[in-house]
Write a protein of this length. Structure first.
Length: 514
DNA sequence: TTTTGAGTTGTTCGA
DNA sequence: GTCGAACAACTCAAA
């Protein structure tokens, strides 16, 4: 149904825009060739297509890509350019104000139409509106299409026409809309313009960090659609079947690890959705449907994150539940640094933080545990954690990061109940039962018997010394005692119990169709 | 407008 | 060791 609708729109537009004039395709978080409605529609006109990427970090507000994100962007752009060249095309790279750059390239090439996919981050959304208005003023046509989500944020709403704030009803509403559109194939070839406009070198954008700390990243993340396809097929072969059971196990390869690819759009959510569905119907192994459904539900969480970001655009900075603005957060740079560096003295937490630093990624279960630890054990504001994740995650995505941190802090939509304070020892024992994960990322504890691995302070002195561990020297003492921290967090939460939600500003506002 | 049932991911305590 | 209850009150979404 939805698929038919989208294709009808495309066809209509195609006849309308058909002419010999070139088109610009403005690439942003859609660095791929397959299932790229904007590229598909531009190529469908038969006229030359000029793929453009504009480096304009100042237009992203407070959320320009961090270190890891910039590195990943660099790799992803390089891969996109290579893919375009295989189609007889190339990526034109520029820096500067997006509206000016697009108008300038259009002027240089005689392009009449600019295609792109909607973005939903508040700064990018506002920027896109301004760019569109500016281009229209200059007599250019704009085709802003849907290309990054399964369901547009304004297409899913409650019976009262309000945005959802609880996942399960949101998920049901998505399900009721039926299967998302099937992915489009990549264009067979792209018509080149008579003369290519000039392009700056990728290296000149300064996306790659100067220092050579990216070795771990390179080994972990082969970029582009090829890297994404590789990840997806190995997930389908290996882990989808057991996803329901293994997805919480950071010591196993139980998750898809597709988040970095989804963020830059090296693969689309629709491609993932349909490949997983196809796999589930074709495989005869038992548990396939269960595993696939559990995974597809996670894709809907991504939709939910975008839905919330779109309708509550202040949430990257402000708690959705406004009374949390009165929460008595502390300020403790030393504790923050211990958390960031993986030196809290809780092995499971430290393993996660070190995995993040080394690979630009952290298992989701561990993200919850380290987030809970920062917010509830250390009483540091969730925004501080969100900023650190933003800078270090290869998959740093404003919608997902915001949802995750507000959930962990208890101040978001569908938040964790106040009493849900993770015990980092219990979580470690449950989800890293053999200690493989901790041993990998906290090697100074690797000789410690599994029995004590998640709580080295509880080990007998002889065991510690036989394992080559001196607490406070080779590995830190716990930065805060769990039972104490738990009581302190509950007391802090109780202190805002009666605080009424602030009456203004009005938070919920729908946004018009991009 | 009011009512009703429900809400991703836990922990602790005591029987 | 296992198991069930308690842990607040609040807000959302639908009827």
């Amino acid at each position: 149904m939805a698929e038919a609708g989208r294709r009808v729109v495309s066809r209509k537009a195609r006849t309308k825009t058909t002419s010999g004039d070139p088109s610009l395709v403005w690439f942003r978080h859609d660095l791929r060739l397959q299932d790229h409605p904007a590229l598909d529609e531009a190529a469908g006109t038969g006229a030359p297509v000029i793929p453009v990427y504009i480096h304009a970090p100042e237009e992203e507000g407070a959320w320009a890509p961090g270190e890891a994100g910039r590195w990943w962007l660099h790799q992803s752009l390089k891969s996109l350019d290579a893919g375009l060249r295989r189609l007889g095309s190339r990526l034109v790279l520029r820096r500067g104000a997006s509206a000016d750059v697009l108008a300038k390239i259009a002027g240089e090439t005689g392009a009449r139409t600019v295609f792109w996919h909607a973005r939903y981050e508040p700064a990018a959304f506002a920027r896109d509106e301004a760019v569109e208005a500016g281009l229209l003023r200059r007599g250019l046509k704009v085709r802003a299409l849907s290309g990054s989500l399964l369901h547009e944020p304004q297409d899913v709403c409650t019976k009262q026409w309000t945005p959802f704030q609880v996942f399960t009803p949101f998920w049901r509403a998505c399900t009721a809309r039926g299967e998302p559109p099937v992915p489009l194939p990549a264009p067979a070839r792209l018509e080149a313009p008579k003369r290519w406009p000039k392009s700056v070198a990728l290296g000149s954008l300064g996306l790659e960090p100067k220092l050579g700390w990216t070795t771990g990243l390179q080994a972990t993340w082969p970029p582009g659609p090829a890297g994404a396809a590789e990840r997806l097929s190995s997930f389908l072969e290996g882990a989808t079947i057991s996803y329901h059971d293994d997805r919480d196990r950071p010591d196993l390869e139980g998750t898809s690890k597709l988040s970095p690819y989804l963020h830059v759009g090296a693969i689309s959510s629709r491609q993932v959705w349909h490949e997983v569905r196809a796999w589930a119907t074709s495989t005869r192994r038992s548990g396939a449907t269960e595993g696939a459904d559990a995974f597809l539900r996670q894709l809907i969480w991504r939709e939910f994150a975008y839905h919330l970001l779109c309708h509550f655009p202040e949430t990257p900075e402000q708690p959705l539940r406004s009374k949390y603005a009165a929460f008595p957060w502390s300020k403790d740079p030393q504790a923050l640094r211990a958390w960031q560096r993986g030196r809290t003295g809780y092995p499971f937490v430290d393993a996660g933080m070190r995995q993040l630093w080394a690979t630009g990624w952290m298992h989701n279960r561990v993200r919850m545990v380290v987030a809970s630890f920062l917010v509830k054990h250390l009483l540091l504001p969730w925004q501080v954690g969100a900023e650190w994740f933003w800078d270090t995650l290869v998959d740093a995505d404003l919608a997902n990061n915001t949802l995750g941190w507000q959930w962990a802090a208890g101040c978001g939509a569908d938040a964790a109940p106040y009493f849900r304070i993770f015990n980092p020892v219990t979580q470690g024992k449950r989800y890293d039962p053999d200690g493989d994960y901790v041993r990998q990322w906290v090697p100074e504890l690797s000789q410690l018997p599994t029995k004590w691995l998640h709580e080295p302070w509880a080990a007998p002195k002889t065991v510690l010394s036989e394992s080559g561990i001196e607490l406070g020297q080779t590995y830190p003492e716990p930065i805060v005692e769990h039972a104490f921290a738990r009581k302190r967090a509950l007391a802090a939460l109780a202190s805002i119990k009666g605080v009424p939600p602030s009456p203004s500003p009005k938070r919920s506002r729908g946004r018009k169709q991009p």
